[in-house]
Ligand binder design. Structure first.
Ligand SMILES: [Zn+2]
Length: 193
């Protein structure tokens, strides 16, 4: 079922998700809703908080996005990320490498806002699968970025938390539009050198 996507600054977006226990029919139905809603919105990831549920589950699908390649490793060996899509991250725990890389990011809870966000270049993920098994992998490129963005959501963190105070001031008006549920007006071209 396609659900309504919660926009900034709904309190649930700041809620730390409760860990998923047994994979009940309700959990399966929530995961199906995440997929339906993400695909309808043409997103590459969606966390439970974004459809109003503070739980540790998010979905990701980077299939077909070639202009921003994804990387994935299993036990240190490179694998084709598409063979593992879509991903259902249940109770994921991340290990971030120190090297950071900055790239564009959007968020379905912040319509029309794109920011440059520094993220770890490579991230280790340990999560549960639907079959109640532990699955570990490493991710980089677009997938690595998506994993960090979604797991942030599961802890009530948002991509605006990663920008400087100065950048935050620069988007203050945009955030006000999003809060009011209004579209962000076109930006006047900035004179940057
Ligand atoms: Zn997001």
């Amino acid at each position: 079922m396609i659900r309504e996507i919660v926009h900034y600054d709904a309190p649930v977006l700041r809620a730390k998700g409760k860990e998923i226990g047994a994979i009940t029919p309700a959990v399966k139905s929530l995961i199906q809703d995440l997929f339906d809603t993400m695909r309808h919105a043409r997103g590459i990831g969606l966390a439970a908080q974004q459809i109003g549920e503070a739980l540790q589950v998010a979905v990701i699908d980077v299939t077909g996005i070639t202009e921003r390649p994804s990387k994935m490793w299993l036990k240190g060996k490179p694998v084709d990320p598409e063979a593992y899509m879509p991903l259902i991250l249940i109770n994921p725990v991340l290990k971030l490498t120190k090297n950071k890389i900055t790239g564009h990011e959007g968020c379905l809870s912040f319509p029309a806002l794109t920011l440059d966000i520094p993220r770890a270049q490579r991230v280790g993920v340990r999560m549960r699968t639907l079959d109640n098994e532990t699955f570990e992998f490493e991710a980089g490129g677009l997938l690595g970025r998506a994993v960090q963005h979604e797991v942030d959501h599961l802890h009530g963190r948002l991509f605006i938390d990663h920008i400087s105070a100065e950048e935050r001031r620069a988007i203050r008006e945009d955030l006000e539009y999003i809060k009011r549920g209004e579209p962000i007006p076109e930006h006047s071209p900035k004179n940057e050198s």
